[in-house]
Write a protein that binds this ligand. Structure first.
Ligand SMILES: [Zn+2]
Length: 170
């Protein structure tokens, strides 16, 4: 696990994560570290590839600005069904200050393992449903810029990439 969150175009962000076979101490340490980094960054979610790991894990916290966060760890998440659609501007810790309007399912049912190796079924809506879809995208190497549909977002994305390149050169 890295100490900083990978920023685009770090190639790890394009890698597909592998299913976790056993919940070992390493996996628990990884999850704990991911929760810490997510909370420190005021993020709603963080996927393992964003911290340099190829394990199929993400963490979510839909109340980033509250004193008592209630983070959820999802291991080997699988969407069971989804319905509806809703469009909202979405950010990502790997793309600081870039927001892309993304259409996603409104309700998502999924199952995932928790850190006690129990399979839990989650029925999600709203911000949680959006976050789950965003994080599962990460585990498949899919990023917010792959969801650009409007000219305005395309311009913002190109401008963001230019700024990043300039930063890298100086
Ligand atoms: Zn993200």
């Amino acid at each position: 696990m890295t100490q900083t969150i990978a920023k685009y175009p770090d190639p790890i962000l394009r890698e597909k994560a592998n299913p976790v076979e056993r919940i070992t101490t390493e996996i628990l340490d990884l999850a704990e570290g991911m929760i810490r980094m997510m909370i420190e960054s005021d993020g709603v979610g963080l996927a393992a590839n964003q911290v340099g790991s190829r394990e199929r894990i993400f963490v979510i916290n839909t109340t980033p600005h509250e004193d008592k966060p209630t983070p959820i760890v999802m291991i080997n998440p699988v969407i069971i069904d989804q319905e509806g659609s809703t469009s909202e501007a979405e950010g990502c810790l790997s793309f600081p200050e870039l927001y892309i309007t993304i259409e996603r399912a409104d309700r998502v049912n999924l199952h995932a393992k928790n850190t006690f190796n129990e399979t839990i079924v989650y029925e999600t809506t709203g911000l949680l449903a959006r976050a789950v879809q965003h994080e599962i995208d990460h585990l498949n190497g899919v990023l917010i810029i792959d969801h650009v549909t409007t000219d305005e977002d395309k311009e913002n994305m190109e401008q963001w990439q230019k700024n990043m390149q300039q930063k890298a050169e100086t």
